[in-house]
Design a protein around this ligand. Structure first.
Ligand SMILES: C[S@@+](CC[C@H](N)C(=O)[O-])C[C@H]1O[C@@H](n2cnc3c(N)ncnc32)[C@H](O)[C@@H]1O
Length: 404
C-alpha cells in the first residue's frame, strides 16, 4: 500500500489545521494553499492537510459523516469497506456469539470500526506502518480495539474466537495501484485463508466480486454483496460463521434497506428456469443475484421465465415488487433492424434514449448515436433493451416501473 505522508497532520498543529478547514472544494484549493502558506503554515503541513481534506470529502461516499473525523491514505480509501457493508459483516460475528476478533490486514480499519461498534474485542493487524497509523487514529474512539503493526502470518489466531480477513488485491506502483487477479498474489494469499479454514477457524474473508465460482473454497458460504446496484464484494464465511445449508447468497443493499436472496432448499442445486417469449414485465436482476448465479431462483420467485437460457433477463406476465431486480413494463418487441428502428425513433418524436443490453456486442453509446443522429429534436424519452433470443437479436421497448 502506498505510504502517503500523514505524519504532518498527526502533529497537534497539523491536526488543528486539518480540522479547521471548510469542506473541500477543488476549485478553491490553490487559493487556500496560498492563504495558509501566507498565514505561516509550512508547505508540507498545508499539502498534507489539503490532501486529507480531499480524501475526507471523497470518503463520505463510503463513511458518511464519519469521514470528517477519520484519517485516510488514497490506496487505503480505495480498498476500504463501506461502513454499511462493514456493519453487516460485524453483525454476523455478533449473531455467532464470537467476541474476540482479529482483523488481519485491517487497512484503514473500516471493518474493525464496525466490529468495535458492535462491542467485539478487536485486534486490528496491519503490515504497512502508515496505514496502521491511520487505523490507530480511526479506532481511537473505541477502547475495545487495538492496532498492531505486524504481519498477519505472525499472529497466533488461537488467541481469538474469530478472524476477519480482507486481503490486499491491488499492487502499488509509482503510477498508482493496479488490480491483482491471481488469489495467490493477494496479501495474505488465498492459501493462508484455506489453512486457517482447515484448522476450523471461524472466519470471514472479503474477496473481489469477480471471483469465479470454481475458485470459491469448498465448505464455505459465498455471499455476493451489492450497494445501490454496484457489486462490491463476495464475502466468504467459514466454520462457525457459515450458515447451515447456505452455499450461495446475494445481499442487496439499497436506499430501502437490505434484502437477501438464497437458493430455495427445495431446488437442490438450484432450479433451471423455464425459457419463454417476452411478455408482461421484464426484470433486470441485480448484479449480486447474477454473480451468485441465482437468476433462475429469482425467476421462480417472480413466477417468470428467462428469454434465453444464457442471458440474465427474466420475464413474467404480472408485476411483483422485488428488491432483487429492476422491473420494466414491456411495450413492444421489435426486430433488431437499425434502419427500421431509426425510422420508428423519428416517427415517435423520440429525442432521449436509455439503452440496456445483454447478449449483444453493440454498445449503448454506439446504438444511441446511430438512432438519434439526424432524427430531429424529438422530446419523448424511450427505454430500449437490446438482447437476443436464441440466435435472433431483438429490441424490446419498455418503460421502467417506478420504484415504490
Ligand atoms: C484490502 S485492505 C483492508 C481494508 C480494510 N478492510 C478496510 O475496510 O479498511 C488490505 C490491507 O492488508 C494489509 N496487508 C497486506 N498483507 C498483509 C499482511 N501479510 N499482514 C498484515 N497486513 C497485510 C495491506 O497493507 C492493506 O492495508
Amino acid at each position: 500500500m502506498a505510504s502517503d505522508n500523514i505524519a504532518d497532520i498527526l502533529t497537534p498543529e497539523g491536526w488543528e489545521l486539518l480540522n479547521s478547514l471548510d469542506p473541500y472544494v477543488e476549485a478553491d484549493s490553490l487559493r487556500l494553499t496560498e492563504q495558509l502558506r501566507k498565514a505561516g503554515h509550512p508547505p508540507e503541513r498545508v499539502a498534507a492537510a489539503l490532501t486529507q481534506s480531499r480524501l475526507r470529502a471523497r470518503a463520505a461516499a463510503k463513511f458518511g459523516p464519519f469521514a470528517g473525523h477519520m484519517v485516510f491514505t488514497a490506496a487505503g480509501l480505495e480498498q476500504a469497506t463501506r461502513l454499511s457493508v462493514a456493519a453487516r459483516h460485524a453483525q454476523r460475528f455478533v449473531d455467532a456469539g464470537l467476541v474476540r476478533v482479529a482483523d488481519l490486514g485491517c487497512g484503514l480499519g473500516a471493518d474493525s470500526m464496525a466490529l468495535a461498534t458492535l462491542d467485539r474485542e478487536v485486534t486490528a493487524v496491519e503490515l504497512d506502518e502508515t496505514t496502521a497509523a491511520a487505523a490507530t487514529m480511526n479506532l481511537l474512539p473505541f477502547p475495545n480495539a487495538r492496532v498492531v503493526n505486524a504481519d498477519a502470518s505472525s499472529v497466533d489466531t488461537a488467541e481469538y474466537d474469530a478472524v476477519w480477513l480482507d486481503p490486499a488485491r491491488r499492487t502499488t506502483t509509482t503510477s498508482g495501484t493496479s488490480r491483482l487477479f491471481d488469489p495467490e498474489a493477494f496479501s495474505p494469499p488465498l492459501s493462508f485463508v484455506q489453512e486457517l479454514a482447515d484448522r476450523g477457524t471461524a472466519m470471514g474473508v472479503k474477496m473481489g466480486p469477480g471471483m469465479p465460482h470454481d475458485s470459491v473454497p469448498a465448505r464455505c458460504e459465498a455471499q455476493w454483496v451489492s450497494v445501490d446496484g454496484d457489486v462490491t464484494e463476495v464475502a466468504l464465511w467459514f466454520n462457525a460463521l457459515r450458515r447451515e445449508g447456505v452455499r450461495r447468497a446475494a445481499l442487496v443493499i439499497g436506499s430501502r434497506g437490505a434484502a437477501e436472496l438464497t437458493p430455495d432448499a427445495d431446488f437442490g442445486d438450484g432450479p433451471t428456469a423455464p425459457v419463454g417469449a417476452p411478455e408482461g414485465y421484464l426484470y433486470e436482476p441485480d448484479g449480486a443475484v447474477i454473480r451468485a448465479e441465482l437468476v433462475a431462483d429469482l425467476a421462480a420467485r417472480l413466477g417468470g421465465h428467462l428469454l434465453d437460457p444464457m442471458i440474465a433477463y427474466v420475464c413474467a406476465p404480472a408485476h411483483r415488487e422485488t428488491p432483487f431486480a429492476r422491473a420494466y413494463r414491456i411495450l413492444e418487441v421489435r426486430p433488431y433492424n437499425m434502419r427500421a428502428l431509426k425510422a420508428w425513433v423519428r416517427a415517435e418524436g423520440i429525442g432521449v434514449l436509455d439503452i440496456k443490453k445483454r447478449g449483444t456486442s453493440a454498445t449503448p453509446e454506439e446504438v444511441r448515436k446511430q438512432l438519434l443522429t439526424g432524427s430531429g429534436k424529438g422530446r419523448k424519452k424511450a427505454t430500449l433493451v437490446l438482447t437476443r433470443i436464441g440466435e435472433e437479436r431483438v429490441v424490446i421497448v419498455v418503460e421502467p416501473v417506478p420504484a415504490p
